[in-house]
Design a protein around this ligand. Structure first.
Ligand SMILES: *Cc1c(COP(=O)(O)O)cnc(C)c1O
Ligand code: SF4
Length: 321
C-alpha cells in the first residue's frame, strides 16, 4: 500500500516496547499502522481538531479553556505514535520542535496576567520528551509564580519507555515537589498488556516518592471495549498505588475512526464496571464534546430524565450521535 508510507504520522514505537507489542493483539492495534487509517470512506466523520482545542490557544504553547487550569504544550514529540491519537493530524514527528523560542515569554506573561490559574498541565506531545535541563527550566520558571499551586504531567513514557524515569529525573520531580502543593503524573494506559515488572516497579517508586499518580485511558474498539479488560486494567493500576482518573470516550479523529464506538456501547460497558470495582478504582467516564464545548460526564444515570443527550458547559443541550 503506498498510502501507508504517508509520512505525516509515521509508525513510531521504541524497540524495547516493540517486543510487548508483537505479542499482543490489543497493543498491535494501538501502535501498528493500518492502511484503514487512510481509507477516505471509512474515515468519514472524523475531524482534524476533534475537540476544538485550537480555538482556546491563548499563547503559542498555552490552551486555556477552564478557568483554573491551562494546558502547556512545550513539545510535540512523543515516545510513540498511537494510531488513535486525537492530535494525530497536528503532531509532526520529524525531529524536535524548537522549544527555545521567544514564545515562552508570552506564556509567562499570560500566566502572570491570570491569577485565577492555579494549575499547569504539561502535555504535548509528551512533556518527558524534553531533556531534564529543559524540564527543570520550566519548573523553575513556574515555581516563581505565586498563583501556581499544582503541576501536572500527562505522559505515556511511564508504560512505553519507563527507562526515561532515571534517578536524575525522579530527583528533579521530588525536588520541585517542595515548590508546589502537588506534583502529579497522569499516565496514559489502555491495556494490562502494557505492564511488565519494569513498569510495575516504576509505579511503586512514583508512589513511594510522594508524587501523585493518576491514570487516564481511552475506550477503544478492538483494544479494550470489554468490561473484563477494563476491570483488570483498573485493578492492576490500583494495585500499583495509582488512581484511575479518566476513561475517555474516543474522539472522532480523522484517520482513527476505526477505533470509534457508539456512546450507548460505551455506557453499557461502563455500567458493568461498578459491580467489580470500588469507587476509588473506578475512573470517571467522560467525553469531550466536539466544537470546544469541553468535557462532560458520559454516564450519569442518576440525572433527571437521563436520555442520552449531553449538556454543554453553557447548559445548552448538545445532541451527540
Ligand atoms: C482536559 C483538559 C484539561 C484538564 O482537565 P481536567 O478535568 O482537570 O483533567 C485542561 N484544559 C483543557 C483544554 C483540556 O482539554
Ligand atoms: S502518547 Fe498521547 S500525544 Fe502521543 S501519540 Fe499517543 S495519544 Fe498522541
Amino acid at each position: 500500500m503506498s498510502n501507508i508510507e504517508n509520512e505525516h504520522f509515521p509508525q513510531l514505537v521504541p524497540i524495547s516496547f516493540m517486543k510487548k507489542v508483537e505479542r499482543s493483539v490489543p497493543l498491535s492495534a494501538q501502535f501498528i499502522q493500518d492502511s484503514i487509517e487512510y481509507d477516505e470512506e471509512f474515515q468519514k466523520g472524523g475531524s482534524i481538531d476533534p475537540i476544538g482545542d485550537n480555538d482556546k490557544l491563548v499563547a503559542p504553547q498555552l490552551i486555556h479553556r477552564y478557568s483554573n487550569r491551562v494546558l502547556f504544550l512545550p513539545v510535540k514529540t512523543c515516545p510513540v505514535n498511537c494510531r488513535y491519537c486525537f492530535r494525530k493530524n497536528e503532531i509532526h514527528t520529524k525531529g524536535f520542535d524548537d522549544i527555545f523560542s521567544e514564545n515562552f515569554s508570552q506564556t509567562l506573561h499570560y500566566l502572570e496576567e491570570h491569577p485565577e490559574i492555579d494549575e499547569i498541565i504539561f502535555t504535548g506531545g509528551d512533556p518527558f520528551s524534553l531533556n531534564n535541563n529543559r524540564l527543570e527550566f520550566y519548573l523553575q520558571a513556574f515555581s516563581k509564580l505565586s498563583n501556581i499551586k499544582n503541576i501536572r504531567f500527562h505522559t505515556r513514557y511511564t508504560t512505553v519507555l519507563s527507562k526515561r524515569f532515571t534517578t536524575d529525573l525522579l530527583n528533579i520531580l521530588v525536588q520541585y515537589l517542595n515548590n508546589f502543593e502537588n506534583l502529579i503524573i497522569v499516565t496514559h494506559t489502555n491495556h494490562p498488556d502494557e505492564f511488565c515488572s519494569d513498569v510495575e516497579n516504576l509505579f511503586i517508586k512514583i508512589d513511594s516518592l510522594g508524587l501523585k499518580h493518576l491514570t487516564q485511558s481511552v475506550l477503544l474498539k478492538g483494544v479494550n471495549d470489554n468490561p473484563e479488560i477494563l476491570i483488570s486494567l483498573f485493578k492492576k493500576i490500583s494495585s500499583l498505588r495509582a488512581i484511575p482518573y479518566y476513561l475517555h470516550h474516543p474522539d472522532k479523529v480523522k484517520g482513527a475512526m476505526h477505533f470509534y464506538l457508539d456512546l450507548e456501547i460505551g455506557r453499557k460497558i461502563y455500567s458493568e464496571l461498578r459491580k467489580s470495582l470500588s469507587g476509588w478504582q473506578l475512573p470517571q467516564y467522560i467525553i469531550d464534546i466536539p466544537g470546544g464545548h469541553g468535557k462532560v460526564s458520559a454516564y450519569n444515570p442518576e440525572t433527571f430524565r437521563f436520555s442520552g443527550s449531553l449538556i454543554s458547559q453553557n447548559s445548552s443541550f448538545v445532541q451527540y450521535h
